[in-house]
Write a protein that binds this ligand. Structure first.
Ligand code: TMP
Length: 236
């Protein structure tokens, strides 16, 4: 039995960790094994790589070195934790994955995506998420919630803007695998939309064209615009 692989992506301070935790708790409470995990930093190897990547004392890293360290963390994470959990049928709820490297290092650090993408997928053992939830928010709004910034969070505004655009581009390219939600919506509204979108995957129905169209719409949703519909009607 193959489990379900769900990833939360987005900029810093968008509420990914809260949403991932709520989803995993709900799944576990409803009797489905859920494994909550995150990148970078799972396990002892991950912990050490994370420290190197995020400690402001590391200073400037070559963008390629930075990308490779995130890839190394992921390779270890996939092989030791994610794939074994999926193989025993669990739902893996992961806070950040491949798209973070494509958005932060690819778009943010301006690395050539044609070169980076094959490398990133090789490092991830070609394991693709079944669903990627992108929580979108203007970077200044997300970063304002962070008291002490790590090495990545401390990068300039233009970097964070490029990263945000990078995430949105990835979602627009493959709408059937993404759910893009405005992160400024209340936590419960976002969580409800995630659970609704996940339902067919949990019951093994997989993707359908209708879901693809809805997500394309949500990828194009302008999170800065005032809500034109009451939050309840936003749910897919
Ligand atoms: P976190 O705050 O979600 O734990 O992530 C740590 C930082 O690492 C965050 O600023 C995003 C960044 N990051 C990348 O730049 N590339 C990656 O591949 C991943 C997974 C995270």
């Amino acid at each position: 039995m193959r489990g379900v692989f769900v990833v939360f992506e987005g900029g810093d301070g968008t509420g990914k960790s809260t949403q991932a935790r709520l989803l995993a708790d709900w799944l576990n409470a409803s009797g489905r094994e859920a494994v909550l995990t995150h990148e970078p930093g799972e396990g002892e190897v991950g912990r050490r790589i994370r420290e190197l990547l995020l400690d402001p004392a590391t200073g400037d890293l070559s963008p390629r070195a930075e990308a490779l360290l995130y890839c190394a963390d992921r390779a270890q994470h996939v092989d030791t934790m994610i794939r074994p959990a999926l193989e025993r049928g669990a739902v893996v709820v992961c806070d950040r994955y491949v798209d973070s490297t494509l958005a932060y290092q690819g778009a943010g650090r301006v690395l050539d995506l044609d070169e980076l993408e094959p490398l990133v997928w090789w490092a991830a053992g070609r394991l693709r998420p079944d669903l990627t939830v992108l929580l979108d928010l203007a970077p200044h709004a997300g970063l304002a919630t962070i008291a002490e910034r790590d090495r990545l969070e401390a990068a300039d505004d233009a970097f964070h803007e490029r990263t945000r655009d990078g995430f949105l581009d990835l979602a627009a390219r493959e709408p059937e695998r993404y759910l893009v939600l405005p992160a400024r919506e209340p936590v419960t509204v976002v969580q409800e939309a995630v659970r609704h979108r996940l339902a067919p995957l949990l019951s093994g129905e997989g993707h359908d064209a209708e879901i693809g169209r809805r997500n394309l719409w949500s990828a194009l949703f302008d999170p800065e615009a005032p809500l034109s519909v009451p939050p309840g009607t936003m749910k897919p």
